[in-house]
Design a protein around this ligand. Sequence first.
Ligand code: UDP
Ligand code: MG
Length: 228
Amino acid sequence: MQEKVLSIVIPCYNEENSIISLVNKVLESPIKNKEIIIVDDCSTDGTKKVLEKNVKPIVSKIIYHKKNGGKGAALRTGFQAATGDVVIIQDADLEYDPMEYPKIVNPIFDGKAKVVYGSRFLNTKRKGYLANRLANMGLTSFSNMFTHQKLTDMETCYKAFQKEVIQSVNLVENRFGFEPEITAKISRKNIKIMEVPISYHPRKNKEGKKIGFKDGLRALYVIWRYRK
Ligand code: UDP
Ligand code: MG
């Protein structure tokens, strides 16, 4: 039997400080057959240089956006390019740990789930900064009300999908509205999202984090807009 492949989609905008170490961590992760797809969302710092010089030789594909579109837009591009059996989202920073891929993607490889989220808050103590944590708790509860899922971390980066599932969802949110949008649209397909616990090493806005208060408001609107 041919071995199954994991496609790792990395949206990347102005991540010159982390992209190379992140890609190396992804390469070291204990999944044998992997396809790494980077979508450069029109970076304006030194990211493109690093990608061309150091990253291109060690990944499957780099796709360049001509205009900055946002995380959602970058992911749409990446999902369409994916050819693996399972697709996982990997941010270009070091907040999440690629060593944890197996527990997130194996339930899909094994046919036990179609969609799995890695939760930073399941069965564990507090992780992340208070303001972000509270915002996430509120948004996750609000999202659960409409999706009838029982998630503890809707905003997590680690979301993995059967390829056919993710490629069949029509996505439109360009920025961080992607997270509630995909959660709502998966739920509309009556797919139960499985959660597994993961670790988390948060970075601050001054370290390059781009999500902000406005994105929180947009998330409220998105949850309501794409409700079941
Ligand atoms: N990102 C992107 N385009 C943008 C903004 C962000 O592709 O316009 C990428 C960014 O490089 C990172 C991911 O989306 O890989 C998530 O961004 P960030 O880490 O700032 O957000 P958070 O960790 O708060 O979700
Ligand atoms: Mg991040």
